[in-house]
Design a protein around this ligand. Structure first.
Ligand SMILES: [Ca+2]
Length: 183
């Protein structure tokens, strides 16, 4: 209804449309992030919003919307909060982020993706910023429930593009990760 109203009145108020669109464009990134946050909240019952970009899915598990970046800043301190293991859906720490700080097993099937599905087979880059020397172990769960070992990552350490990392079971790590022994 809103669109048809705009269409039928466009000729009348046309002179006012351009400034309004310019204002919307300036706030575009924030609007997109809030819509993303809303989708994450809806897809993960029981989750709660922490701030403009972060949603706590459950204690120790935080999902963040993609950061607005116009350039590759490379790896920076603070990209992954200290004492967390962070996963990104894109290469070079882009896309959605999942931050994990609980030891023991994390099963990515428990965390829903905004547009359907879940965090399995999504991870393409990561940072391990847990306390120094802590090692995380990553697995690909096959259709029979067997855990195929991708490999380890010690802290502090990172992998910028899992497509270039060879898994212990063969192939690359990229978009395969399902189960994680965080620490
Ligand atoms: Ca998998």
């Amino acid at each position: 209804m809103a669109f048809s109203l705009v269409t039928t009145t466009a000729l009348v108020i046309g002179v006012n449309i351009a400034p309004a669109q310019a204002a919307d464009s300036a706030a575009g990134a924030a609007t997109s992030a809030s819509a993303d946050v809303a989708r994450i909240l809806a897809a993960n019952p029981g989750s709660r919003q922490l701030n403009a970009s972060d949603v706590e899915l459950e204690p120790g598990v935080i999902m963040s919307v993609p950061e607005s970046r116009t350039a590759d800043f490379g790896i920076q301190a603070g990209t992954c909060t200290y004492k967390y293991l962070c996963l990104w859906s894109g290469a070079n720490w882009t896309g959605y982020k999942l931050s994990l700080t609980r030891c023991g097993w994390t099963y990515l099937q428990n965390y829903a993706w905004p547009n359907g599905g879940d965090w399995r087979d999504k991870t393409t880059s990561l940072v391990n910023n847990q306390t120094t020397g802590v090692i995380s172990h990553f697995y690909d769960s096959d259709i029979y429930g067997n855990q195929l070992y991708l490999g380890p990552q010690h802290s502090y350490g990172y992998r910028a593009n899992l497509a270039y990392d060879t898994a212990a079971v063969g192939g690359s790590w990229d978009e395969r990760m399902d189960d994680i022994l965080v620490c």
